[in-house]
Each structure stands twice: as C-alpha cells, then as structure tokens.
Design a protein around this ligand. Structure first.
Ligand SMILES: Cc1ncc(COP(=O)(O)O)c(C=O)c1O
Ligand SMILES: N[C@@H](Cc1ccc(O)cc1)C(=O)O
Length: 460
C-alpha cells in the first residue's frame, strides 16, 4: 500500500451518529449556563467533542457482535474468563479483578497496598490516582524527569522516571515506606508522553534492590508501545504485542481504565501477579464493585473489553490513531500556535501560558481558553492546569503546576481528518485574536476534584 505521512482510516463507517449544529448565540448561552466549565456543557451543545478520549471510543462490529454473547450470570460469567484469558495472553499478568472503570481499580489497589504515612512515587500525578493514594494516607511524590514539565522540550521519552529523584526519595523516607511506584504509560498530564523500555527496565532494577513494587497505570499502554516501536531502535522490528508484553513483564501489577486503550465505553480492571495481594483485592471488590467475576460490569461489557484489547494491538489501528493526533498537532505548530511537544498519543495540548501570556495563572488562562474555543467553534476541550491540579490539602493553597494546558483529546476511531481541519482552523483563528480573551474568577469550588464541577465568571 502507498505510504502516506498521515495514514488514512484503517476502517470504514457502518453506522453514523448525526452531529447537531449550533449557533454562536446558543453556544454563548450554553457556556454561561455551564459556568464557563466545559465539563458542564451538554454533549448535544458540542460540535466536535474533544473533552476526553475516555469511554468515547467507537467500538467495532466485532465488539458489538460480542455484546450479543453477554453471559449475565451473577457469578462465573464466560465473558469474565474470556477477559481473564485475554489479559493474561496480551498483557501477561496472572490475576485479573474487573472494575467498573480505572478509578475502581485505583481505589482497590490503594486500599490493599498503602498504609497511612507511606509515600507513592509516580511519573507525574493523575487526578483520580493521586486522590485515592491521598485518601489512604499516602503522600504522592512526583519523580518524572524535569523535561516533562517543560512544554518545549522535545525529548522523545518525556514520561520517563528520573532515577535520581526515585533514589533520593528512597534515601529520604526508606523503602519500607514506599509500597510501590506508579508508572503511567503514557503520561496523560505531561501531554500523553511515553516512557521508554530502557527506563522501565532501569526502574525495575532499582526497585528490585529495595523491594519496591511497580504498579503500572496501563491506561494508554498501546500508545506507549507504539512510541517505543517508533523511537527506540532496539524495538523497531518488534510487534506491538511483543512490546506491551515486555513492558508489563517488568511490573507487579496494573490499574487499567479500559475506556481508553481497551477500546470500550466503560470498564477497567486491576491486574496483579502476587496471589496474596489478589486475595485481598477480591475481598474488597465485593464491597465496592461486585463479585470478583464481574466487578461492576455486565458480561457483555467484559466481552467487548476482551475483544477491544485484542484489536488494540493491531499495528495499523495504533499507527493511524497516533498519526491522526499528530496531523492536528503539526497543523497548529506550523501556524505558530504554542503546543506541548513532542505531540503525544491521545491529544494535542495547547500551552495556555504562552497562548495567553497576559492572563495570570490564578485567573485560569487554560479554562478561559477552553471556554472561548467552545464559543467560537463548538469544539469542546478540557482544562489541564491550575484548576485540575487542585489545592494542597495541608496549606489550602492552589498548586501552581508548571504546565497550564488545554487538552484537545481525540476519541478513538470517531472523527475524520476533516474534523481535525475544523479544529485546527478554529484554534488558529482564536490565536490570531488572543488579545481579546480575558481571565476568569472562580465562583463555586467543590472540595475534591474541583475541575469537574467548578463554576466561573469572566473578569472584565
Ligand atoms: C492516566 C489515567 N489514569 C487513570 C484514569 C482513571 O480512569 P477512569 O476514568 O476509567 O476512572 C484516567 C482517566 O480517568 C487516566 O487518564
Ligand atoms: N481519564 C479521563 C477522564 C478524566 C478526566 C479528567 C480527570 O481529571 C479525571 C478523569 C481523561 O483523562 O480524560
């Protein structure tokens, strides 16, 4: 087949969902009603919905066919065994506890592995992951490489763990206070940046010496594997499946939000290798999710997830996915719009600090930018900056993250290159008129995970 810079879709359309068009006036009213928070818009008010790549995947005909084979027995569903077999074969973990989504697995892992006073290092925080760690009495410690906090640093593996930071933490608090390190592949909040195999191997060597476990956040592991194939010489001839397997062979377990790289709309799981930990997890799953053989999911959902996992390791699927994201990113970059580089696996991130240098961080530049993009074009994006970072529980002050970003997240197998053109043209137009954008004031702030429901009004 002809090689192209940006691969055309390796699928064709069999069913469509009509998108509703809106007027500027409707959008102005909608965003005001939503308190200038894109999370609070109704989906029917959005033209191109790039809020998230979570649960927004288009399933295949093969997955939908699997849905008809749902075994909805309360216990021992055949679809659970299929999921368990798939996770063992594709990812290589021994034990699988299904959960309703990723945070269900984070909840269980945090409860079984963390004691109050512990420290959990991670390659940058993720909102729900850190919230569960803190809820169980741990302190999260960011051990990602410094490059990750610099939107213009073009290091190919900005998700890597900084081994010195990890060693310093071990020296400072002692390894008995570190139950595990959470290694996210890829790193969502750094811009969808990957971790190299070399780095994962080095983290394994270091943690092994100190008896510290590695728990992956496997959410976007297929995207990570693609980047390893593309950027790490020794892996260029390996298959995606071989790379995923090797990556996870260095770990002790993983939490998975199936809503991303497992190509489903709902679902997740906790995977473990240690039998005793697995036993503890099954004791908790019955309390929070359901029987260990369904964990909050219908049989049909487990079947769709098992099939999605197998589809996701297809080279052409993931090549197209990453190239579609890159197509949008390169268009913006060529027009001079400040974005996080290199372009990540699931999204293009606008650098709001550089887009709107006239708005101070405590007037929420990324939130303001997301609201204005919506008003201009109906494109829904998400703030990933000071509001997402929340407050320091001890001092009550805002965290001031170095990265103040707007995320344009691309759902899998949903939008076309023409949609990407619309998004790029809208962002470029906004960039040309950026001086007219003003900051926001927060008028309602919930105590946890505030970005989901906080409300704002424009500063004039
Ligand atoms: C990196 C990462 N980890 C964990 C989660 C939590 O998963 P879920 O939304 O399925 O609860 C998400 C998304 O929310 C994520 O992006
Ligand atoms: N994990 C999903 C959904 C989500 C969004 C924001 C969050 O802070 C938490 C969850 C995402 O990254 O899009």
């Amino acid at each position: 087949m002809m090689e192209r810079k940006f691969m055309a879709e390796p699928y064709k359309t069999k069913m469509v969902e009509t998108i509703r068009m809106t007027t500027r006036q409707e959008r102005e009213e909608a965003i005001e009603r939503a308190g200038y928070n894109t999370f609070l818009l109704n989906s029917k008010e959005c033209y191109i919905d790039l809020l998230t790549d979570s649960g927004t995947n288009a399933m295949s005909d093969n997955q939908w066919a699997g849905m008809m084979l749902g075994d909805e027995a309360y216990a021992g569903s055949v679809n659970f065994f299929e999921l368990e077999k798939t996770v063992r074969e594709v990812y290589g973990f021994k034990y699988v506890v299904p959960t309703h989504q990723g945070r269900g697995a984070e909840n269980i892992l945090s409860q079984i592995a963390i004691k109050p006073g512990d420290y959990v290092p991670g390659n940058m925080y993720f909102t729900t992951t850190r919230a569960h760690q803190e809820l169980n009495g741990a302190t999260f410690v960011d051990v990602i490489v410094d490059a990750a906090h610099d939107s213009q640093n073009e290091d190919p593996f900005k998700g890597n763990v900084d081994l010195k930071k990890l060693q310093d933490l071990i020296d400072r608090v002692g390894s008995d206070k570190i139950p595990y390190i959470c290694v996210a592949v890829t790193v969502n909040l750094a811009g969808g940046q990957p971790v190299s195999m070399e780095n994962i191997r080095a983290v394994r060597e270091l943690t092994k010496k100190h008896g510290i476990k590695i728990m992956f956040d496997a959410t976007r592991c297929i995207e990570n594997s693609y980047f390893i194939k593309e950027r790490e010489e020794a892996y260029k001839d390996k298959s995606i499946e071989e790379i995923v397997k090797e990556m996870f062979s260095y770990g002790d377990g993983a939490t998975m939000s199936g809503k991303k790289d497992c190509l489903v709309n709902i679902g997740g799981f906790l995977a473990l290798n240690d039998e005793a930990l697995f036993q503890k997890a099954t004791q908790l799953v019955v309390l929070f999710e359901g029987m260990p053989s369904y964990g909050g999911l219908a049989g049909r959902d487990m079947e769709a997830m098992a099939r999605g996992i197998r589809e996701s390791v297809d080279y052409y699927y993931i090549k197209h996915r990453v190239e579609q994201v890159r197509y949008l990113g390169e268009k913006l970059d060529l027009a001079g719009v400040p974005i996080v580089k290199p372009i990540g696996g699931h999204a293009v991130f606008l650098d709001a600090k550089r887009f709107l240098p006239h708005i101070p961080q405590d007037q929420f530049p990324a939130q303001a930018l997301a609201a204005q993009l919506y008003i201009l074009s109906g494109v829904r994006s998400m703030e990933r900056g000071i509001i997402s970072a929340g407050r320091d529980a001890k001092t009550g002050n805002h965290y001031y993250p170095k990265l103040e970003l707007v995320r344009l997240t691309i759902p899998r197998r949903v939008y076309s290159y023409a949609h990407m053109d619309v998004v790029a043209d809208s962002v470029i137009e906004l960039y040309q008129n950026r001086n007219q954008i003003t900051g926001l004031e927060m008028i309602y702030e919930p105590p946890v995970l505030r970005f989901f429901t906080a409300r704002f009004k424009p500063l004039t």
